[in-house]
Design a protein around this ligand. Sequence first.
Ligand SMILES: *Cc1c(COP(=O)(O)O)cnc(C)c1O
Length: 367
Amino acid sequence: MILVTRSSLPPLEEYIAEIQDIWDTHWLTNMGPKHKAFEAALKAYLGVPHVQLVTNGHMALELTLQALDLPRGSEVITTPFTFASTTHAIVRNGLEPVFCDIDPNTFTVDASKIEPLITERTSAILPVHVYGNLCDVEAIDKIAKKHHLKVVYDAAHTFGETLAGRGAGTFGDASCFSFHATKVFNSIEGGAVTFADPALGERLYQLKNFGIKGPESVVGVGANAKMNEFCAAMGLCNLRHVDAEIAKRQAVAARYRERLSGVPGLQLNAQQPQVRPNCGYFPVLFDPAVFGHTRDEVFAALAAQGVNARKYFYPLTNAFECFQGRFDPAKTPVAQTAAARVLTLPLYADLPLAEADRICDIVLGLK
Ligand SMILES: *Cc1c(COP(=O)(O)O)cnc(C)c1O
């Protein structure tokens, strides 16, 4: 049985050494020494001016939207081709998602379709760097400046990526990372917000700790989203190995690309010229009219051989049952087509190349 991903773990002895001092200090959470050390290490690795650690990527999104103090009920332009978290963070903040269609090659928001969606109720744009493909950050920045909108990037897929050498977390007002077990880099569960404005950091620091400013001062209706010391320790360990993990992922992705590129009816992920990719995902889109098989047929063929691929992202968030009747997925047809055709193939650092070959054999055997 091959699963779609496999969490990275440091050598056990390394983690034990890292958590040793927790037994000396008895400091388990509430921004202890591991939390501080992990934040500093991330700041350096990601090449960003400021970092706030949180419990997970979802809380990064939810608290960032809250920290920006967007008018209640205002509209946030976003993408439906994403994980549930992105849209839920908007809705749970009492904001209204407005869905923009995506670019057919990068699967990120099609920046040329943003402006027609802007109304006087628009307050922000929340694009997603899907599969590690960076959004058109320059165009989005221009639109945001022109219309005085905030920009928050869902950067859950972009850990360690750079655009022309610049950290992926340096664009917009803030970028939200996920360190979930299934991501390229994990702290078991975890997340972070990167940003340039220190005032935003102060708000986030308070909001992740119940809105507490001081022992007798509560200034915000915050949540509890403090990363604990054990997660921070795991993050510190995994950070030492992440470049090696990405290099191994690259080898697997290169094998998939070698075997599957040029096959009629298959669309592989874009390769962006100035981007250092982290190879977090290997999406393949199956055009049934050309390939002769639907995505679901390929999914079933792989499953029959013990290979667990994933329909990621499917369904679109604007088609979720919890939003029944509220949005119209037909208004984002490019995203609709991508969601109907996409399958992400198993990809993790230790996936043997022979297994990647076997997976390609199953797919190509359907032709
Ligand atoms: C994983 C993910 C999230 C949520 O992160 P968690 O750490 O699981 O809360 C948000 N957006 C995207 C695109 C993701 O892939």
